[in-house]
Design a protein around this ligand. Sequence first.
Ligand SMILES: Cc1cc2nc3c(=O)[nH]c(=O)nc-3n(C[C@H](O)[C@H](O)[C@H](O)COP(=O)(O)O)c2cc1C
Length: 187
Amino acid sequence: MAKKTLGRTLPMMGLPVVVVGAKVQGKVNFCTVAWVTMIDDEPPKMAVVMGKDRRTKDGILENKTFSINLPGAELAAAVDHCGLTSGHRTDKSGVFDVFFGKTLTAPMARECPVNIELTLDEIVEREGTDIVIGEIEEVYVDEDRMTGGLPDIEKLQLLMYLSAGALYFTKGRAVAEAFKVGRDFQP
Ligand SMILES: Cc1cc2nc3c(=O)[nH]c(=O)nc-3n(C[C@H](O)[C@H](O)[C@H](O)COP(=O)(O)O)c2cc1C
């Protein structure tokens, strides 16, 4: 297959898209983020890449807590809204039914099937964007999205984002078992 070159640009990748929650000056705010990753498992840590001017980041700095909420496919419009509007100008506190967990200050979106509650570990300031690193304090999962005590991909239907294509999609289909399917692979 011939390869087409796209130049020095970010490639198309299917990324999970999440909603980051924080309380800013007493008001709940949510921001859509596709640049998100796990970075360690003991202690468990995750990171989100955020633009310098994100109102949500102001709240993370203020309370040293935040949440990462994993939306289902049915929440695409609400997620997009949180990415199209800024808490600097728009009140996003009513977008989701909010609940709080053990940190008391990290707002979480009840409609999202998975909610991750974090305390701020570090903000790595870069020239263009900042990397916000958090330590996971608790993970909340809707019971009806699990089977036999494990997350069920068919039931989760998590919202994904195709970068460069600017498209939301969902990948609710199991393809193979990780750490197993490659065991007998012969190149
Ligand atoms: C699909 C999508 C993905 C986004 N991904 C990111 C991201 O990874 N990091 C980021 O800082 N902003 C991202 N944004 C933009 C922010 O969500 C947007 O600037 C938002 O208005 C910030 O809200 P805030 O100022 O209330 O925090 C994304 C927006 C959309 C629609």
